[in-house]
Design a protein. Structure first.
Length: 578
């Protein structure tokens, strides 16, 4: 990477503040209106602090304070911070799904940076879709940018048992339905499962995307694994503020960091962590914004020789707080180093190898050696077949191994409401060998590809002791979820993909080792069904939903909008602003 050096006159913000004309007079006078003096900004990089703080997003409630700590670092390094709020995607609250709005956050981030006198950006977020959206926008704008991850919350606790948000919710919900715990027990757990601000403390989508962002090169070393409530998190925020100012002077942009090798590092980290299947969708979207070629086959190839060495729920036993004490992301990447491109540049201004040099593992039962891996390879897998011609994904590490190869009759639910109405019917014709199939859960069918992929196990089976069975959908599942869930079936049922043609009773064959997913139905019968198939209308007729329905791509393209992706090798445009 060739290091450049900007001067005050070549700063982007100089076009707003530095020239002597009527419009610049207005910019300067209005900035003074806020109480700032010319020496606060003159000749200094203007840093946009893009903050996804919101009281509707409990994972981000501390980001109001973190923004102040980021600004402290910016001031210390000789920059001028401008905090700008952006849409907050609160996973616990938003309907139909935050995935519906990830692209809207990406567009907002890009336009906030484009429309304002910004030379570089600090991106504050953590809850599942916030970092993906923030970074998508920053990649498209291609200004120097650094991520301050929100960090995981503290461990949960209930009657002396350690709880992990999400994973233990599903576990104990099933136990209550099976009669293993009482409703009073369930109610009591509410007080102990989310004990501080921060994201889910298992290797869910939030922890996955924070960690993958570090492996990709967009956080300071070790930043992604610091618990939100730890004082080190505030210090990391301030250091990130200091660092972004230097990044502007160095002109270190996303296009200087993002390369095929950087994406390979991120994919290796995803696999080694036993990370969320959602990570595949978001990495595809980032690559599409960067113009870096990436497809599902690349994920599967790298998965085949990447060991699962992070012993973290839901694939493992421990939580993110434990991972931090064990050495965190630096120690994890050091263990994975033989499989990484260590020369890849990062926002530190150094290489990934420099960032992890000297890292130690303090709890070897949490960050494992490769020869003691939870799984030698394939923590995530890409499946193809006549049911998913463009691909589907599964997380074998979080599924019962006996289900990795399975043939069973389908029980089809036409949509979520159909499933909710029938799943616990005592008369439901279902056994442990049945394959549950959910339609209308994809990007258009959901809409927004909701996290419905961990279909609930019918209550009658729960009472028989069944805790896992094969489930298939065109939706996603929470990274905190687990089970033999086949997800992201592409093309989705709403657009007439083969999933739309499955009927109850059809035999479905899953073989994880062979990476295959097929319905044992003749081509002639499928042709007859296709001729009779009718598309459902799109739900939204106006507003953002209307835009989403007309431009969202399928899961194998990252569910981005077709007009926001870049062709491989295309230049990064920035319209001239007058």
């Amino acid at each position: 990477m060739t290091m450049r050096r900007k001067t005050a006159e070549t700063l982007r913000s100089y076009r707003w503040y530095g020239v002597q004309d009527l419009r610049a007079f207005g910019h300067r006078s209005r900035t003074k209106q806020m109480g700032f003096a010319r020496q606060d900004w003159a000749g200094k990089p203007v840093i946009g602090v893009i903050n996804t703080w919101s009281e509707a997003n409990p994972c981000h409630v501390h980001l109001r304070q973190r923004a102040e700590e980021v600004k402290r670092g910016i001031w210390q390094a000789g920059g001028f911070p401008l905090e700008m709020p952006a849409m907050s995607l609160g996973e616990p609250m938003m309907k139909p799904t935050t995935m519906m709005y990830r692209n809207l956050l990406a567009m907002e981030t890009e336009e906030l940076l484009r429309a304002n006198p910004i030379d570089g950006a600090v991106l504050l977020g953590g809850c599942d879709k916030n970092i993906p959206g923030l970074l998508m926008g920053a990649i498209s704008m291609n200004l120097p940018a650094i991520v301050v991850p929100a960090g995981p919350m503290l461990r949960g606790n209930w009657r002396g048992k350690t709880l992990g948000s999400g994973s233990d919710v599903w576990k104990y919900w099933a136990e209550m339905k099976a009669g293993g715990i009482s409703e009073a027990d369930w109610d009591e757990m509410e007080d102990g499962i989310a004990r501080s601000f921060g994201t889910c403390m298992v290797m869910g989508t939030a922890a996955t995307m924070m960690s993958v962002t570090e492996a990709l090169g967009f956080t300071l070393p070790g930043a992604s694994s610091i618990p939100a409530a730890d004082s080190g998190h505030a210090r990391m925020a301030t250091e990130s503020g200091r660092r972004i100012v230097d990044m502007v002077w160095e002109d270190l942009k996303p296009s200087d960091i993002l390369s095929p090798a950087a994406f390979d590092n991120a994919i290796r980290a995803l696999m080694g962590l036993g990370g969320s299947t959602n990570g595949i969708v978001h990495l595809l979207a980032w690559a599409g914004r960067a113009g870096v070629p990436l497809d599902l086959e690349r994920f599967d190839r790298l998965a085949r020789d990447t060991p699962l060495i992070a012993n973290i729920r839901p694939a493992g036993q421990h939580l993110m707080e434990d991972f931090f004490y064990a050495g965190g992301m630096r120690a994890f990447l050091a263990k994975l180093a033989p499989l990484l491109t260590l020369s890849a540049p990062t926002v530190s201004g150094k290489t990934l190898g420099d960032d992890i040099a000297g890292a130690e593992t303090f709890l070897p039962e949490i960050i494992l050696d490769a020869d003691k891996a939870l799984k030698a390879d394939g923590s995530l897998a890409v499946l193809k077949g006549n049911l998913a011609p463009d691909g589907a994904v599964i997380k074998p590490a979080a599924a019962d191994p006996r289900l990795h190869r399975h043939v069973g009759p389908a029980l089809v639910f036409d949509d979520y409401n159909d499933m909710a109405a029938r799943i616990d019917d005592p008369a439901l014709d279902v056994t442990a060998d049945t394959v549950l199939v959910l339609k209308q859960a994809g990007p258009l069918g959901g809409p927004g590809m909701p996290e419905w992929g961990m279909l609930p196990i019918p209550q009658k089976l729960l009472k028989q002791g069944v805790r896992d069975m094969v489930r298939i959908s065109d939706g996603r599942m929470s990274g905190t979820s687990y089970g033999a869930c086949v997800l992201h079936v592409t093309p989705e049922s709403h657009v007439g993909g083969p999933l739309a043609l499955v009927r109850t009773g059809d035999l479905i064959a899953l073989d994880v080792e062979k990476r295959s997913l097929d319905m044992q139905v003749s081509d002639a019968e499928l042709a007859r069904r296709r001729a009779a198939w009718k598309a459902r209308p799109v739900i939204y007729e106006r507003g953002y939903g209307w835009l989403f329905a007309r431009h969202v791509q399928q899961a194998d393209k990252g569910c981005d909008f077709d007009f926001l992706r870049r062709d491989a090798g295309a230049p990064v445009p920035e319209p001239e602003i007058h």
